[in-house]
Ligand binder design. Structure first.
Ligand code: GLC
Length: 558
């Protein structure tokens, strides 16, 4: 099939930086923009093309930047606007793209808009947020039964004006009211403010929560307590009237229109909860919506061939070419990937081989490339407000059972650069970083892994280099290879008009023999760094894969 030339964002690889934990150059134990500038060489060498930054805008930092008090300024903890401009320029000089985190759904309760809005019922900004009268007795009960994403009622009572305001996440993050055209205009102009500076895209924070039912109807009961990536029901609510409303999907199209005012093309990736099929609506019937959504059902799949085959088939069906899926293993809200797969480094290499060769855009969370692990933290002293909120509940068993992290501190620890004090994260060796560096840094760090050809880091590098020079990995169609229905492996091919690449992944701890689809295979990559070729003759046109080995190959040119 003839395919249209792909846009830059469809070919890219995105790396997520949590700025607080990347590199500290001021010596205060908190990462900063200058620190990121100093590490761009590392990211370039790794093969990264696009970087998404968790928010570094002005914020009281109660949710570490996801509670914004000025959308158009940089928080002094991270630097100044000058540092931002320098970062953007340094990235563009290297042909790298910048993606900002856009928190449209809510502001901080310390944002001047909210302070005004809460000051009186007739303040002009009152309607910028969602205020409602309570129910009886004397309005002291919330307006309806809606639950916040983090548990408990989604309403907070304001003594002064005797009304409740709505929040989807935490009480200090009041939701903006997008039924008010002034709010929309203001936020679209905020997008333009950053786009005018040259920013290349946005990650949209909890976009599914933008609109709520206008008449605030009570939510319906659901049997589901725990959140899941397959559906939005949770906390015994269907979330019918507060999540994924048709208005929210239309809003995605409006956002896209703002992006389309700009050339060269920019992109939007949405954090949206729901099944793959539900999320596909956000892409738009004519690709006129979000360019991409995070597909958390893949992230959440059991690391077994059957589970991956199912989820990938559903993704390919719901988002066929020209739609662009995303493939993600972790972010700043989840238990780190390596810890979710029992610290199995070989499996991590196998899974990244899959992630970087599927049809779509891979997102890599900082530290994943060196195999950083999740760290345990005490909930009572958790930096993450969710951890503190749940510190009174005996939750540790639930955490283990469902792989849910109650404090997100564990996946946000400082990047492990070297075996120097503080893992080389801060130029102040005696400072205690905002989150403690785990002892594992002596073994797991960039400097050490650089020198080891067999490290996870070098596996990422080899894969990223191969990806860069193989067009078929960007624009080739995806197909599972039939006939290799060995339940312990996944085999697929990527094909365009000029090229065909095969990916064979062995998921078990034993050798496996698989049919070779070509006469003379030419090995392009193996998770084993010392493998140089595939010897098929000895195995009667069978390819032998060693335990947990993944390989990429093509037909030798005659
Ligand atoms: C998103 C972010 C998370 C944040 C929340 C509220 O889920 O990923 O870190 O706390 O939204 O903005």
């Amino acid at each position: 099939m003839l395919q249209k030339e792909k846009s830059w964002w469809q070919k890219t690889v995105v790396y997520q930086i949590y700025p607080r934990s990347f590199c500290d150059t001021t010596g205060n134990g908190i990462g900063d923009l200058q620190g990121i500038i100093e590490k761009l060489d590392y990211l370039e060498e790794l093969g990264i093309e696009t970087i998404w930054f968790s928010p570094f805008f002005k914020s009281p930092q109660k949710d570490h930047g996801y509670d914004i008090s000025n959308f158009r300024d940089i928080d002094s903890e991270y630097g100044k606007m000058m540092d931002f401009d320098k970062l953007l320029e340094s990235m563009h000089d290297r042909n790298m793209k910048m993606v900002l985190d856009l928190v449209l759904n809510h502001t901080s309760d310390e944002h001047p808009w909210f302070i005004e809005s809460a000051s009186s019922r007739d303040n002009p900004k009152r309607d910028w947020y969602i205020w409602a009268d309570g129910t009886k007795p004397k309005g002291k009960k919330p307006p309806n039964n809606w639950k916040a994403m983090t548990g408990g009622y989604a309403w907070k009572y304001d003594e002064k004006t005797e009304q409740w305001y709505y929040f989807h996440f935490l009480p200090f993050q009041p939701d903006l009211n997008y039924r008010n055209p002034e709010v929309k205009e203001e936020m679209f102009n905020t997008m333009r403010f950053w786009l005018d500076k040259g920013v290349d895209g946005f990650r949209l924070d909890i976009l599914h929560a933008i609109y709520e039912d206008e008449s605030l109807r009570d939510d319906e009961f659901s049997w589901h307590l725990f959140p899941s990536d397959k559906r939005v029901d949770s906390l015994f609510r269907k979330h019918k009237y507060d999540l994924n409303l048709p208005e929210t999907i239309d809003f995605a199209f409006e956002l896209r229109k703002v992006m389309d005012e700009y050339q060269p093309e920019r992109f939007l990736v949405g954090e949206v909860y729901g099944s793959i099929e539900e999320l596909s609506k956000y892409y738009g019937p004519k690709s006129n919506g979000l360019n991409m959504c995070f597909l958390f059902e893949y992230t959440d799949a059991k690391p077994k061939p059957k589970a991956y085959r199912n989820v990938i088939s559903r993704i390919e069906k719901a988002l066929p070419y020209p739609y662009t899926p995303t493939y993600v293993y972790g972010n700043h809200d989840m238990v780190r990937h390596l810890s979710r797969i029992d610290d199995n480094q070989q499996l991590a290499k196998l899974l990244v081989t899959m992630q970087l060769t599927l049809r779509g855009v891979p997102f890599i969370y900082y530290g994943e490339e060196i195999g950083m692990k999740n760290v345990n933290f005490d909930l009572k002293t958790s930096e993450d407000p969710i951890g503190r909120k749940f510190s009174k509940f005996p939750l540790s068993c639930i955490v283990k059972l469902f792989g849910i992290s109650v404090t997100r501190d564990g996946c946000r620890t400082p990047m492990q650069w070297s075996n120097q004090p503080n893992a080389g994260f801060s130029n102040n060796e005696t400072i205690e970083p905002w989150l403690k560096v785990p002892d594992s840094y002596k073994k797991i760090n960039v400097e050490k892994e650089r020198k080891n050809p067999d490290s996870i880091l070098n596996c990422y590098k080899r894969l990223l280099a191969l990806r860069k020079k193989s067009n078929v990995l960007f624009d080739g169609l995806f197909d599972f290879i039939e006939g290799n229905e060995n339940k312990n492996c996944i085999t697929y091919k990527r094909c365009n008009n000029d090229d065909k690449i095969y990916v064979y992944l062995n998921f078990i701890n034993d050798e496996i023999l698989l049919t070779c689809p070509v006469e003379e295979p030419n090995l392009l990559f193996s998770t084993l760094s010392n493998r140089v070729a595939i010897d098929i003759k000895a195995y009667h046109r069978k390819i032998k894969l060693t335990p947990l080995e993944g390989i990429i190959f093509k037909e030798k040119r005659k």
